[in-house]
Every structure is written in C-alpha cells, then in structure tokens.
Design a protein around this ligand. Structure first.
Ligand SMILES: Nc1ncnc2c1ncn2[C@@H]1O[C@H](COP(=O)(O)OP(=O)(O)OP(=O)(O)O)[C@@H](O)[C@H]1O
Ligand SMILES: [Mg+2]
Length: 454
C-alpha cells in the first residue's frame, strides 16, 4: 500500500517536472506564443484583480461619496465593551479609475483607463515608475489618445536588449535604422524631418547609426556628402559612395560654400518654375536630393588658434544657412556629436533650433541630454541618462509628433557600410555634376527673408 502511494507520488512528481520543463522550454524558445497563451491571460486577471490596491498605492484614486455598509459604535455594554452595528450610509470611499480589459502586445500589454474628475495624463506619467514596480514589469509608458482617457502600455522586459532586422524601407529618403521599444520600426525620414541631431557619449552608437544611414541610402538616388573632421577616419572608407568628403577645415569651408551655392541655384530653378520647393518640380528637372552627414559636429566649431576664427565664423554661418533653407531645396543634415552645447558658440544654438529631429544616445551628464532633447518631457531626460553602457545603440528619439521613444539601432558594422558603399558606387552622382551651374549664384538677404517667412 505504502509502495503504491510512493510510486504514485513519484509519477506525479515526474509529470510535474516534465510540465514545468516543457513550459520553461516553450517560454525560452517561443516566447511570443507562450506569452499569448499562458502569460497574458494570467497577467490580465491579476492586473484587473489588483487594480484597486495598486491605484490606491500609486495615488490614482479619488474620494467619492457612496452608499456603503459600515460598522458604527452602538451602545456600551455592562461589561464596558462597545457594541457595534452595521449601518448602510453614505461615506467617502476611495474610487479607482475605470480600467478596460488589458490587451496583449508584442512585448507586454496595454490597457485603457478612464480619468477620474480632475485628473490629467501627466498624473499617470508621474506614477508610471510606481506602476511598473507594482506590476513587476520593465516599464510603463503613458499616452492619451483622446480627452478623458489614458493608455498604459507595459513592457514585460526590455525589448531593446536584442533587436532583430526588419526589411529596409523602399521609400525615397526614408531609412529603417532600428526598432522602437513599442516594436515598431525606427525610421529616419528626411522628407518629414529634414535635419537631425545625433548626440551621445563616446562609444554610445552614434557612428553605428550613421553606418545604418549609409547602408539605407546607398541604393537610393541621392547624393551623400560627408564632413569628417576626425581626419576622415570615419567616412573615408565610404568615399566611393560619397559625392564629396571634407576632412580638413579648409575643405569644409569650400564644401559648405558649394552647398550654399547649390541652394541658391535650386532657388532660382524653383522660382523659374513657380515652385516653392524641389518636390513641386516635374520629376525630369528635379535635382538630386543631398544628405549631408557630419561626424563630430564640435570639431567644426573648435578653435586651435586665433587664425581659425574667420573660418569658423564662415563655417558656422554656412551650416546654419543650409539648415534654414535646405529643406525646400532637398539638402538634409544629419549631425553627430558628443557635445552640442552652447559653449561651442551661438552658431550651435541656432543650428540646434533648426534641427527638429533629435536622437540622444547614452550621455554622461543630464545637461547634454537636456541640450539634445530640449524641453521634452522630463521623463525622457531621465530615460536618456539611464541608458546602460552595455547596450550601445539605444537612444531616446524625439520627432515631429511631439512624442519621444526609446529605440535601438540595428548593429551595422563598418564593414557592412563599406560593402554597401562599394556595391552602389556607380549610383554616386559626381559633385561637379551636381554643382555645375551654381557658379555666381548667391543668396541675398532679401531672398533669405522671403524664404524664412514662407
Ligand atoms: N545598435 C548596436 N548594437 C550593437 N552594438 C552596437 C550598436 N551600436 C553600436 N554598437 C557597438 O558599440 C561600439 C561603439 O559604437 P560607435 O562607434 O557607433 O560609437 P560612437 O558613439 O560613434 O563612439 P565615438 O564617439 O567614440 O565615435 C561599437 O563597437 C559598435 O560595434
Ligand atoms: Mg563615432
């Protein structure tokens, strides 16, 4: 009899062990299906069941008057004990915000919550970290799709630890460079956001992102131009796909002069055709778009000795002109740098104001994050400073929709970028051809005012 029981227990133990091992293997090898079938239903029940307690703990409840059964003191008995009795009366109780059923997402779940009277989405954004800890998830992000509602999106684990490749974009001037933490592609689209600042500490992944752009833009009918004052170490290997490359200050001044001349020429072309920008010109006469990649922006503004002062002033003005007018004439900027602070001079501050695309990789100090991301949500600045050194390529991205996202670029080695540059070398438009006819064309102050007002 005892042996029989022991055998049965042993059997049950083996079955349990196999089931646990099976679940572990399922979770390990196909997390997405495991999450949908096992993880998500358990989590949805637990989130709904604990919402009242968690909302109370995170300060998201409001006092409201409700009819409620309460215990109230009644008579004092002869023993000295106070007797209590139940009474149905109106009292102030903590009310939780109404929550819909959580829906599964690629990396976690999202749920819509109705705001209580007097609440704003920022109250939830402030409580996001508390919510994340209470739910034991990696992070909670808050958005508000319409008045009176907030959507809480929870990610179970950091989706940016490993990012897998997605197919490249086929649209002109749009490059898929990585993945957002929401699982969507991270796209740099120069036609929507023409100029970008890409900042971060050393080894944070700035050049990797530039490599991703080289790989994405090389097969497209665009001209690429490089400014590399690190002596050309970064961009020289891609020279075969670059229409022009400047590696010294004198070359920079010359190339920027060319670019300003090019803009003046394109302005004349648009004027003649009655177009406001090159995209309104017929495809046959439309000039080729130019993407300007600048590595280590600070080098353009740093002065070794006084003799460089004039050159720096010229560089700074020309770069600013390109940023101000480039959009209309198909000239786009992508500026990388460790420092882009106002200590580099007023030119940098003005340039920063023209770059609406902002990418902030890991930074060592909150000031750099603030300078890169501007007065974005303070949570974005905290997130930028919290990027660990072990995950190069992770960045905070701010773009035109006013939202910010954590994202990670795909790993693109120098070798891969060099290979792409060589493979598409025959698509490189020669610089002489692009700039032919620009001689003598100049942008007058009147032109500038007209264009800046437009
Ligand atoms: N998305 C990524 N995934 C994996 N590894 C990456 C990623 N981005 C960058 N790295 C690795 O991190 C290291 C530093 O990257 P990168 O050279 O782009 O940094 P950087 O910011 O340009 O540094 P520096 O300021 O010194 O030029 C490289 O060895 C690269 O392989
Ligand atoms: Mg670099």
């Amino acid at each position: 009899m005892r042996d029989d029981l022991l055998l049965r227990l042993l059997d049950a133990g083996v079955v349990l062990a196999v089931a646990v091992a099976g679940l572990w293997a399922w979770r390990r090898w196909h997390y997405r299906s495991f999450w949908l079938v096992v993880g998500y239903p358990l989590m949805a029940v637990s989130v709904r069941a604990t919402w009242r307690k968690i909302a109370l703990g995170c300060g998201l409840t409001k006092k409201r008057h409700r009819w409620w059964f309460t215990l109230v003191p009644n008579a004092v008995a002869s023993t000295g004990m106070v007797k209590v009795r139940r009474r149905f009366q109106r009292i102030a109780v903590d009310t939780k915000p109404w929550m819909w059923l959580p829906r599964p997402t690629r990396y976690g779940w999202r749920v819509t919550v109705h705001l209580l009277e007097g609440q704003i989405p920022d109250d939830y954004a402030q409580a996001a970290e508390r919510l994340a800890h209470s739910w034991r998830v990696h992070a909670v992000r808050v958005s508000s799709p319409r008045p009176g509602r907030v959507v809480l999106a929870a990610t179970m684990r950091d989706p940016l630890v490993r990012v897998d490749e997605i197919p490249p974009s086929s649209e002109l001037l749009k490059v898929t460079v990585g993945r957002l933490e929401t699982g969507k592609p991270w796209e740099i689209d120069f036609r929507t956001v023409p100029h970008w600042l890409n900042a971060g500490a050393t080894q944070s992944g700035k050049s990797n992102l530039a490599n991703a752009l080289i790989v994405g833009l090389s097969p497209q009918p665009v001209a690429l131009v490089g400014f590399d004052l690190k002596g050309g170490v970064e961009f020289t290997p891609y020279a075969s796909r670059l229409s022009a490359l400047a590696t010294s200050r004198t070359e920079c001044v010359g190339l920027l002069d060319d670019l300003v001349g090019l803009m003046a020429d394109r302005m004349g072309l648009c004027r003649q055709a009655g177009a406001r920008n090159i995209w309104q010109l017929p495809p046959g006469v439309r000039p080729v778009p130019v993407v300007v990649l600048v590595d280590e922006l600070a080098e353009l503004y740093l002065m070794a000795d006084k003799s460089e002062k004039d050159e720096i002033a010229k560089t700074s003005t020309a770069l600013l002109r390109v940023a101000q007018l480039g959009r209309a004439f198909g000239i786009y900027l992508f500026c990388c740098g460790q420092r882009i602070g106002s200590d580099l001079g007023p030119g940098v501050t003005a340039l920063r104001a023209q770059c609406s695309g902002r990418i902030c990789h890991r930074v060592n100090d909150p000031e750099t994050a603030t300078m890169t991301l501007g007065d974005l949500d303070p949570a974005a600045l905290v997130s930028a400073c919290a990027i660990p050194a072990e995950t190069p390529g992770v960045a905070i991205v701010a773009s035109q929709d006013g939202q910010w996202y954590r994202a990670r670029s795909f790993y693109v080695s120098e070798h891969a970028a060099e290979h792409a540059a060589r493979m598409y070398a025959d698509l490189t438009p020669p610089w002489e051809e692009i700039t032919s006819g620009t001689r003598g064309a100049e942008i007058t102050d009147a032109d500038l005012n007209e264009l800046l007002d437009a």
